[in-house]
Structures are given as structure tokens and as C-alpha cells.
Design a protein around this ligand. Structure first.
Ligand SMILES: C[S@@+](CC[C@H](N)C(=O)[O-])C[C@H]1O[C@@H](n2cnc3c(N)ncnc32)[C@H](O)[C@@H]1O
Length: 213
């Protein structure tokens, strides 16, 4: 823990945004990341959200330098969690909006891992395109990419709950929606990333592993 000021850490943590889904999915995701990032050294996470994932993964993958990031509105609370309970290999989160210029000087120049969970169905289609174009320029030649979330196959939902979730997403934002794996794979391919594995995860989610090797 990084809070050396004797403040009531648990009470501070309880004030921060919390996702029960992150608590439920972090262990199965970690199992996959151990293999996906077995040869990686520096991982950039896009859309770190509450920070529960980056704290947990950095703690359990201490060999990796983990760079959290998110849009500006999320940064203060994300960095509060990182400050309170993040391990040393978890760097303070930086601002990264995929539709804007990606930060360059702030982050390590040799990013060979990318993780993003539950982001592509929140982003609009043009944001998803920007996400992959950014990756293409950012990642090094041997990068491994892990993308977690719900996906469709050829426009078909893989469960009734995903279909309901998609309706809920679109009620909140018509630009959001569960993406087709075929489209995601094609965007990745344009950046030299090929699909290595499409792994079934709990609650009708998938873990997509792409690599440039
Ligand atoms: C549903 S939350 C997921 C958060 C976390 N990864 C998780 O699994 O709980 C969606 C995340 O996508 C991020 N996001 C949405 N649009 C973005 C953009 N244009 N650039 C970067 N991140 C974006 C949000 O800020 C938010 O952190």
C-alpha cells in the first residue's frame, strides 16, 4: 500500500467507484493474461475505469510494468485507487482518449502488451476504429493484445442476456453496442495483429488474444 500518512485506507477506498463485475471477472481474466503476456514487459491498459483490474493484475503479474489510462474525467478517482492500493509496478494512470492524440513522452516507448476490458461496446464505431489505429502506431513489433468483453458472431448475439445488454447500451447511447468479432479481427489485422485465441469467459464474455509475432 502506498498510503503512508496514517489515513483510514478502507474508508478512502469505500468512497471510490466500485464495479462488482470487475471483482467477479478478475480471476478468470488473470488466468488468461498469465499466458497472453508471458513474454511481455510493459502493458498499456486502455479504459482502466475504477482501477480494480489494474491493481489486481499488476499485483499478480509483478514482472510487468502496468500503465493504466483513461479519459480525463476518470483520472482523479482512478489514481486515488492506484495511490492507495497499487503495487510499485503499477504506474499512475495517464490521460488517453483514443480519439485524441495519444500521449507519447509520458509513457514508455516499448509497449509490448495491451489490455482493455469492456471498452469496445461503450465506444462508438469511429472510436473503435481510432482505438486500433492508435494501437497500430503504439505497439512494438512483438506485441500481444488482450481484449475482454461481450462480442457477436456475424451479427448474432451469443446469448439472450447479451441481446438485452445491447438494448440497454443503445438506450443510454445509440452509438454504443456489442461489436462483431469479424469486424474487430479485421481492424486488428489492418494493424498487423492476428487473432491467436478467442476464449470463452464467464457471463457470456470473450477474451480475444491478438499478436504481431
Ligand atoms: C464500462 S467501462 C469499463 C472500465 C473497466 N475497464 C472495466 O472493465 O470495468 C468503459 C471504459 O471505456 C472508457 N472509454 C470510453 N470511451 C473512451 C475513449 N474514447 N478513449 C478511451 N477510453 C474510453 C471509459 O472511460 C471507461 O473507463
Amino acid at each position: 500500500m502506498r498510503n503512508g500518512k496514517g489515513r483510514p485506507i478502507l474508508s478512502e477506498l469505500s468512497q471510490l467507484p466500485f464495479s462488482q463485475a470487475c471483482e467477479n471477472n478478475k480471476k478468470p481474466i488473470l488466468t488468461e493474461l498469465k499466458s497472453v503476456f508471458s513474454s511481455s514487459t510493459q502493458v498499456l491498459e486502455i479504459g482502466s475505469g475504477t482501477g480494480q483490474h489494474c491493481v489486481y493484475f499488476a499485483k499478480h503479474l509483478p514482472r510487468l510494468i502496468w500503465q493504466a489510462s483513461d479519459q480525463s474525467d476518470y483520472l482523479a478517482q482512478l489514481n486515488s485507487r492506484i495511490h492507495i492500493e497499487g503495487p510499485e509496478n503499477l504506474l499512475a494512470a495517464i490521460e488517453l482518449d483514443v480519439t485524441k492524440a495519444w500521449p507519447s513522452a509520458q509513457i514508455a516507448t516499448n509497449i509490448d502488451g495491451l489490455f482493455s476490458a469492456n471498452t469496445l461496446h461503450i465506444m462508438s464505431e469511429s472510436m473503435v476504429v481510432a482505438f486500433f489505429e492508435g494501437l497500430g502506431q503504439y505497439l512494438n513489433l512483438h506485441a500481444n493484445v488482450a481484449i475482454y468483453g461481450p462480442f457477436n458472431y456475424q451479427g448474432q448475439f451469443s446469448s439472450d442476456s447479451n441481446a438485452q445488454f445491447d438494448m440497454w447500451l443503445k438506450q443510454n447511447n445509440p452509438q454504443s453496442g456489442i461489436r462483431d468479432i469479424e469486424w474487430i479481427t479485421s481492424l486488428a489485422s489492418d494493424q498487423g495483429l492476428s487473432l491467436q485465441a478467442d476464449t470463452s469467459m464467464p457471463a457470456n464474455n470473450r477474451l480475444l488474444h491478438f499478436s504481431r509475432s
